[in-house]
Design a protein around this ligand. Structure first.
Ligand code: AMP
Ligand code: MG
Length: 488
């Protein structure tokens, strides 16, 4: 047993007890559940090089031992936090079905968390079973891989192990299968972690945690005398950029409670999310979001509000004037990042000519009015673009037809704008436009019907090949051979 553990590369990583060393005001030590079965369904070999591991040296049994059976001597820390859920303060939160499994430094020098989801009950389970449904695990794997491909700063899933239990859920046909996931992220410290410390009026703990956050995730600020001010200002910028990434990626997170907002400005925790089928600001992804609070179009406003709410705990260590001035550029950051991302999806780098804004606005107008597939439009653009588009406006989307007169007019305007932009750039730029279109617009984005189809094969036939194919398609880059998905 000891020999096999030493030989397991996942258990012999250099785990850094960064958060553990802060003391037990921030977490509870918990145990992992014992599961009746362990079937490895997904291992993310793309992440192993970041841990300085060669995928060939890590077996499926190693994954199961470390991330299904949770063997080893590491403490498991259920993190304490509160949060605003749909606007209501909830002081009864905390890791109710997960724990911080360990922290490691990537070869890029950054500190990463291994955090579990579905690993058993904790003092914060509030009567819940501490489990993750297999479908929930599959959906989170898919979301993270797709967002990563779309250039969103996101957590990833390191592994998904099916665990052989039957779970009962109101929002899935039940009984339903169980799983445990290990998430790989830049920190599980949330806005709600600070909100909890504010609730208990622990200014001392806020300062200690803030120092830890800055040292670990904002190290370039660590030696500045006004590092708290600079930290908040940078967090505002990171969150504004993140929400611009979601919006351009056509992603609706669906549960933007403050316990789901990372203090590093990274996107994580994918529950009832959806990639929008068509551009519609009122699109909501969670069936329980009756008022549309967390609709696709509301995400920038909500993220700004969450940043504003975070000022309450931070006011214990910072002046409200500094916090206000940190927040004030939010909309500028957001607009700049959104514009840049959308221009990228249209093939262009930052171009400061009015025609670029006109093209952007018209693109959105057309997407909204036609209700055509948001992701399909950009994938088509990437696939159909060619150098002859610069020679004759008639070559642009030459196959597309519509019988709606109003739309014909809009489309023609769009083509002329696109053509003129191409003409304004030197011919050599065409290669870069194609490269940008390919980079920003994957051929496959997992809108719900694609996820449901992959899940149906699993649920009805225990056939996993559609899921692996979907992951391959999500990760695919144009012109590159099919990526090799590890069969598990
Ligand atoms: P989430 O919706 O996954 O962000 O979870 C919100 C809160 O509910 C967190 O505190 C979770 O730990 C907790 N939670 C969600 N599902 C369960 C469950 N099945 N058992 C125990 N706690 C849960
Ligand atoms: Mg959560």
């Amino acid at each position: 047993m000891i020999n096999s553990m030493l030989a397991n590369p996942l258990l012999s990583l250099d785990y850094e007890p960064a958060l553990e060393l802060l003391g037990d005001d921030y977490y509870d030590r918990v145990a992992a559940a014992q599961f009746p079965a362990h079937i490895l369904r997904f291992r993310n070999d793309e992440l192993l090089p970041l841990l300085d591991l060669d995928p060939k040296t890590v077996s499926d049994a190693d994954f199961i031992e470390a991330f299904g059976k949770f063997q080893g001597i590491r403490p498991f820390l259920a993190l304490r936090y509160h949060g605003y859920q749909f606007g209501e303060y909830n002081p009864a939160l905390g890791d109710g079905r997960g724990f911080l499994y360990g922290q490691v430094r990537g070869v890029d020098g950054e500190l990463y968390d291994f955090g579990t989801k579905g690993s058993g009950t904790t003092p914060y389970s509030r009567g819940g079973d501490g489990r993750l449904t297999l479908k929930g695990g599959v959906r989170e794997v898919i979301a993270a891989e797709a967002l990563h491909r779309l250039g969103v700063r996101t957590s990833r899933c390191l592994s998904l192990v099916e665990t052989g239990e039957s779970l009962w859920r109101g929002d899935e046909p039940s009984p339903t299968r169980s799983s445990v996931m290990v998430r790989f992220s830049r920190s599980h410290i949330r806005f709600g972690t600070f909100e909890r410390l504010h609730y208990f009026k622990r200014k001392d703990l806020i300062a200690t945690l803030l120092d830890h956050v800055i040292e670990s995730y904002y190290p370039h600020l660590a030696n500045q005398s006004d590092r708290y001010v600079l930290f908040y200002a940078e967090l505002v910028r990171r969150v504004a950029e993140l929400v611009a990434q979601w919006m351009s990626a056509g992603f609706c997170h669906a549960v933007l409670n403050t316990d789901n907002m990372s203090i590093t400005g990274e996107s994580f925790d994918y529950g009832p999310y959806a990639f929008i089928p068509a551009y519609n600001l009122r699109f909501t992804a969670a069936y329980f979001d009756y008022s549309g609070l967390y609709s696709y179009g509301n995400q920038p406003t909500i993220c700004r509000q969450n940043l504003e709410m975070l000022q309450r705990p931070l006011e214990l260590v910072l002046s409200s004037r500094d916090l206000e001035s940190g927040l004030s550029p939010f909309w500028d950051y957001y607009q700049t990042a959104y514009r840049q991302r959308m221009l990228g999806k249209l093939g262009f780098d930052e171009i400061e000519i009015p025609a670029a804004n006109e093209l952007l606005n018209l693109t959105i107008q057309i997407l909204q009015e036609t209700e055509i597939s948001y992701h399909g439009f950009f994938a088509e653009l990437a696939q159909q673009f060619d150098h002859t588009w610069r020679e004759d406006v008639g070559n642009i989307f030459s196959q597309a037809t519509t019988s709606d007169d109003a739309l014909v007019t809009l489309w023609n305007q769009w083509k002329v704008l696109y053509f003129n932009l191409l003409l304004s750039l030197p011919e050599e730029e065409m290669e870069q436009i194609q490269a940008r279109l390919y980079q920003h617009n994957p051929a496959t984005v997992p809108v719900r019907p694609l996820i449901e189809a992959a899940w149906k094969s699993i649920a009805e036939e225990d056939n996993w090949s559609d899921f692996y194919t979907l992951i391959d398609q999500i990760r695919a880059r144009y012109g590159s051979p099919k990526s090799s998905m590890s069969e598990t």
